[in-house]
Design a protein around this ligand. Structure first.
Ligand SMILES: Nc1nc2c(c(=O)[nH]1)N=C([C@H](O)[C@H](O)COP(=O)(O)OP(=O)(O)OP(=O)(O)O)CN2
Length: 174
């Protein structure tokens, strides 16, 4: 890049707010599916969520009130708290309704769940990768985050325990 083109470029000073409050968590049951015939037994985790919001602070030096971002993120975590989570888009698991039950079919075996105990998420597996993507998509699609501030980027981290997490991101289309 020549000096003149570098000078012509307008620099945008971006700042990131990071939120990782203790309340940004949810306890949920799941099992990870590894292949068409191998999965874990049912178990649970205390999933922890962190979000990072990147944008240009306004003339008042703020990207909206981060209290609004916290409330949005905590409400999203609460919506998944104390549920058994099932993937609705798994290539290896099928789900069918049967009265008050949701019956999962995996490797030729039926696994019945009470409908009132489960949430079926639009994901391929209940993994930290898919949960991070799901939460990031919900934060953007529900429009509440973008209503707080015209942010440039959002990242969501989901941890299933200390030392293991996945990160999903969104950036404003140019
Ligand atoms: N790529 C991924 N691999 C695995 C995931 C995942 O989300 N993405 N998840 C799991 C299971 O959740 C599994 O239960 C995790 O077990 P583990 O690593 O043992 O989790 P712990 O919290 O018990 O951690 P320790 O290292 O045992 O303390 C598996 N793979």
């Amino acid at each position: 890049m020549t000096a003149s083109t570098a000078a012509e470029l307008t620099t945008v000073e971006l700042t990131t707010v990071e939120l990782f409050k203790d309340a940004m968590k949810f306890s949920a049951g799941h099992f990870t599916i590894f292949s068409e015939d191998r999965r874990e037994r049912m178990h649970g985790h205390n999933f922890a969520v962190q979000i990072s919001i990147t944008g240009e602070p306004d003339d008042n030096g703020m990207m909206g009130d981060y209290g609004q971002f916290k409330r949005i993120a905590i409400a999203l975590c609460d919506s998944l708290d104390e549920w058994f989570l099932l993937p609705g888009r798994s290539p290896h698991l099928t789900l069918r309704e049967d009265g008050e039950y949701v019956v999962a079919e995996f490797a030729g075996r039926a696994i019945p769940f009470l409908r009132s105990d489960v949430q079926v998420l639009p994901v391929r597996n209940i993994t930290v990768e898919e949960l991070a993507r799901y939460l990031c998509d919900r934060l953007i699609d529900e429009g509440k985050v973008l209503a707080v501030a015209p942010i440039h980027r959002l990242t969501v981290k989901v941890s299933s325990g200390p030392g293991q997490q996945a990160v999903a991101g969104w950036r404003r289309p140019v």
